[in-house]
Design a protein around this ligand. Structure first.
Ligand code: BTN
Length: 255
C-alpha cells in the first residue's frame, strides 16, 4: 500500500492485526483528530459489524476489512447519495481486479450470481442537522474458500476467489477502490448526483425485479421500479401503489 495514487484518501493508515471492529477504531480515531481520508485496515475482526445490527464474518487474512473516515461537505439529507456512490466505487473496483460479474443490490450490497460478496456500512455523525463525519466500513470477501464460511453463510455468500477462480491481491483491490472513490467523489462535487445515479443504475441488479423489503415501517412487497434523486428506492407494491423506501433490507424474490 505504498503507492496509493490518491490525493486525500488513505494518506494516513492504521494497519492492525486482529481487532473487534475497524469501525470502532475509526470512530475513536476521529475523536482523537483523524483527518479526512484516514483509514483503518485489519487482517481480521472478531466482532465485525454489518448493517441492520448484523455481524460480519471477517476471517483473518482472507478479506478486505477496512474503515475510512470521510468529512464530506454534503447536507445531511443527501447522505443516501453517498451510500450509492460508495457502492459504485466498490463494484467498479471489484470488477477491475477479478473476473467476476458483480452487481449492486440497493442500496449498497455487492452480489455475484445472487450471492453477497461485499457490503458497506456507513455510520455518520451529525450535529444540528449538519454532517460532521462519516465512517465508511467496507467488507469484501476476497480469498475465502467455502470452508472458511460457517454453514449458514455458504448458500448466500461468495468470495472473489470462489466466484472468479483465482486469488486476488488485497492491496490492489484497496488501491483500486480508493482511486474509484476519489474519482467519483470529484465527479459528484462537480456535476452532482446525476452521473453517479446513471453509473449506479448500470451496475444495479435490483430494478425491474420483484422484491421484499423489510425496513423501519414493516415489510413491503412489490417490484423495484427506480431510484429517485436522493437515492431512495421506488416500489410498485402488490396493490399497484407506489411506495418510497429510504432504508431497509432488500430481498430479490424473482427475475
Ligand atoms: C453489510 O452489512 O453489508 C455491511 C458490512 C460491512 C463490514 C465492514 S468490515 C470493515 C468494517 N468494520 C466493521 O465492523 N464493519 C465494516
Amino acid at each position: 500500500l505504498t503507492d496509493l495514487n490518491t490525493r486525500v484518501l488513505g494518506k494516513q493508515i492504521k494497519l492492525l492485526d486482529v481487532v473487534d471492529s475497524t469501525q470502532r477504531v475509526a470512530h475513536e480515531w476521529v475523536k482523537e483528530g483523524a483527518p479526512e481520508g484516514a483509514m483503518v485496515i485489519a487482517e481480521g475482526q472478531t466482532a465485525g459489524r454489518g448493517r441492520m445490527g448484523r455481524t460480519w464474518h471477517s476471517p483473518q487474512g482472507k478479506g478486505v476489512w477496512m474503515s475510512l473516515v470521510l468529512k464530506p461537505s454534503v447536507p445531511l439529507h443527501l447522505t443516501p447519495q453517498l451510500t450509492l456512490l460508495s457502492a459504485v466505487a466498490l463494484c467498479r473496483a471489484i470488477k477491475a481486479v477479478a473476473p467476476v460479474d458483480a452487481g449492486i443490490k440497493w442500496p449498497n450490497d455487492i452480489l455475484i450470481g445472487g450471492r453477497k460478496v461485499a457490503g458497506i456500512l456507513l455510520e455518520s455523525s451529525a450535529e444540528d442537522e449538519r454532517l460532521q463525519y462519516v465512517v465508511a466500513g467496507i467488507g469484501v470477501s476476497v480469498n475465502l474458500t467455502s470452508t472458511d464460511y460457517p454453514q449458514e453463510l455458504r448458500e448466500i455468500a461468495t468470495s472473489l476467489r470462489i466466484a472468479g477462480g483465482e486469488t486476488v491481491d488485497r492491496a490492489v483491490l484497496i488501491r483500486t477502490f480508493l482511486q474509484q472513490l476519489e474519482y467519483l467523489y470529484e465527479l459528484y462535487t462537480e456535476e452532482g448526483f446525476a452521473p453517479i445515479k446513471s453509473l449506479w443504475e448500470a451496475l444495479n441488479v435490483t430494478l425491474g425485479h420483484p422484491v421484499s423489503i423489510s425496513g423501519a415501517t414493516g415489510v413491503v412487497e412489490g417490484v423495484a421500479m427506480e431510484i429517485d434523486d436522493l437515492g431512495a428506492l421506488l416500489i410498485k407494491d402488490n396493490s399497484g401503489k407506489r411506495v418510497k423506501v429510504y432504508s431497509g433490507d432488500v430481498q430479490i424474490t424473482g427475475n
